[in-house]
Design a protein around this ligand. Structure first.
Ligand SMILES: [Mg+2]
Length: 376
């Protein structure tokens, strides 16, 4: 029987080319067993303080994890959740820590059993998932940004694009209704008639209801697939009012932490696509509980996988496990945490990404890359 013998943390800071080279932060967790196996997990902490806090949480949780059998992964998940009753009620930094440890336990379980995560989840619905290029606009020229995204579809084969507005750089999308509408018109021309277009309001933008309705109604004319987080999550009334004016699907949920938070989002009845990050929403175990709710409500699951290859590996297996998932988002431009971190980076071919087949997550982070980007 394998027993976890050590828990190690690897905080990293790295430039993200898909976010105008903005510095981002992640926390990796490595579990070792007494018979020489290693399992990897990651939390999408994004910010320095969150990374530090999650690291401290993992170090505190280690005493529960060390000595345990990774095959008992869900029982360990429950023990960790119970132990954080006071400081992780409904989420927070401990949920990041729980997420990373949970992913690493599933990775170990797969390695012990010699099975990929997709099999551990009960079998995939499909062996590959459609791929969408998910990135942020940064250039001041609308023509430049439309053409850049057009190339992801025309030249690289992605089935569509999801574009973050209000992000770093000079694009300034999301600020001027008329200009945003012009951009989506240019984008439709560039990507062609069939490609999916999703637009994601950035958290830094504040859209009033009238402007949001005007945007989404006009985007609809160009075949918008969904509008993501048009308002802050708590502004449920605005979601209801937008819903009354447009037919486009609405996506939200990525800031939730746990099954109950997602249940509340679903209960609003105004969200069609539930965004969920395995590196935040209590890991693979937590995300499975979200997928079950999404399926029950006949909504759509979308994994918010915008961090490392560890997160992407888990996310693809989860996406493939349900028929209520349209595609997998991938960052289209080469970046450190996807393309340097692992020997064989994830890549789509003709719009498809394969479900990993190796034991556990099917990817092995290179420790010299974690050292190169180490944040101390
Ligand atoms: Mg989003």
């Amino acid at each position: 029987m394998s027993r976890v013998s050590a828990v190690s943390t690897f905080p990293v800071a790295y430039p993200e080319p898909n976010d105008n080279n903005n510095q981002r932060y992640l926390l990796f967790v490595r579990l070792e067993t007494d018979d020489g196996l290693t399992g990897w997990g990651e939390a999408i902490t994004q910010f320095p303080a969150a990374t530090r806090a999650a690291q401290a949480m993992v170090e505190g949780m280690a005493e529960i994890v060390v000595g345990s059998d990774p095959l008992d992964n869900v029982a360990i998940w429950r023990r960790l959740k119970d132990a954080t009753w006071w400081y992780s009620y409904r989420g927070g930094a401990a949920a990041f820590a729980l997420s990373a440890i949970d992913v690493a336990l599933w990775d170990l379980k797969g390695k012990i059993l010699g099975q990929p995560l997709a099999v551990l989840l009960g079998g995939a619905q499909r062996d590959r998932v459609p791929a969408v290029a998910s990135t942020h606009a940064f250039n001041s020229s609308l023509e430049y940004e439309a053409e850049r995204h057009g190339r992801y579809v025309r030249d690289e084969g992605y089935i569509g694009v999801k574009i973050g507005m209000g992000k770093r750089g000079d694009a300034r999308l999301g600020y001027d209704v008329r200009r945003d509408i012009d951009f989506v018109a240019l984008l439709r021309e560039a990507v062609g008639p069939e490609a999916l277009i999703m637009m994601d309001r950035g958290q830094s933008l504040v859209w009033d209801l009238d402007a949001a309705i005007r945007r989404v109604s006009a985007f609809e004319q160009h075949g918008l697939k969904w509008i993501e987080e048009p308002f802050e999550p708590q502004d449920v009334n605005a979601f209801h009012k937008l819903r009354a004016h447009v037919t486009t699907m609405i996506a939200a949920g990525e800031r939730e932490w746990d099954a109950r938070g997602f249940a509340e989002v679903i209960a609003t009845g105004v969200v069609d696509v539930i965004g969920c990050d395995v590196g935040r929403a209590e890991g693979i175990t937590g995300t499975l509980a979200v997928i079950a709710q999404v399926e029950q409500a006949n909504l759509w699951f979308n994994s918010h996988a915008w961090s490392s290859a560890v997160n992407t590996a888990a996310s693809i297996a989860l996406s493939a496990s349900t028929s209520r998932c349209m595609f997998q988002e991938l960052k289209p431009d080469e970046n450190p945490m996807q393309h340097e971190l692992v020997e064989t980076p994830f890549a789509q071919t003709a719009g498809w990404i394969e479900v990993p087949r190796g034991p556990g997550l099917g990817v092995e982070p290179l420790e010299h890359v974690l050292r190169k980007y180490a944040w101390r």
